[in-house]
Design a binder for this molecule. Structure first.
Ligand code: FES
Ligand code: FES
Length: 157
């Protein structure tokens, strides 16, 4: 049996029928076809599935879709605005902060939430803000460099 629910995804109201046990990750990827949100560990350990719920980072693999009924969800597909990349996306590009890119959507959303609450974080605060997002490729230095560059307003948007 499915249950009807509404939520706002990237600014658009969606009304969908979901299994009560469906995760937010499943609904985003399979029902709404927003495949930018990645399934890594599927157990809350890697951060690849991070999305924003009412502006706060949330692991969508361990969040039931029904828990976000009526809430605002932002995914990586909603980060760019009016065809222009977000300043974090520009900084990641410039600094070479994405390699395979699998972790990148989750990292970008965690970083966006961090900068929204703390526009000028220290390097330590950037590391803390991204502590839940694992990256197997970059060694993390370039990711932190990119977030710092975005915080300085380079490529500001
Ligand atoms: S896929 Fe959700 S934390 Fe790894
Ligand atoms: S760029 Fe490959 S896991 Fe982060």
């Amino acid at each position: 049996m499915k249950v009807m629910m509404s939520l706002t995804v990237n600014g658009k109201l969606e009304t969908i029928a979901v299994r009560p046990g469906a995760t937010l990750l499943e609904v985003l990827r399979e029902d709404l076809r927003l495949t930018g949100t990645k399934r890594g560990c599927d157990h809350g350990d890697c951060g690849a599935c991070t999305v924003l719920v009412d502006g706060e980072p949330r692991l969508s693999c361990i969040t039931l879709a029904l828990q976000v009924r009526g809430r605002r969800v932002d995914t990586i597909e909603g980060l760019a605005r009016e065809g222009y990349p977000h300043r974090l996306q520009e900084a990641f590009d410039r600094e070479g902060a994405a390699q395979c890119g699998f972790c990148t959507p989750g990292v970008l959303l965690s970083a966006a939430a961090l900068l929204a609450g703390n526009p000028h974080p220290t390097r330590e605060e950037v590391r803390d803000g991204l502590a839940g997002n694992l990256c197997r490729c970059t060694g993390f230095q370039k990711i932190v460099d990119a977030v710092e560059a975005a915080a300085r307003g380079e490529g500001d948007r």
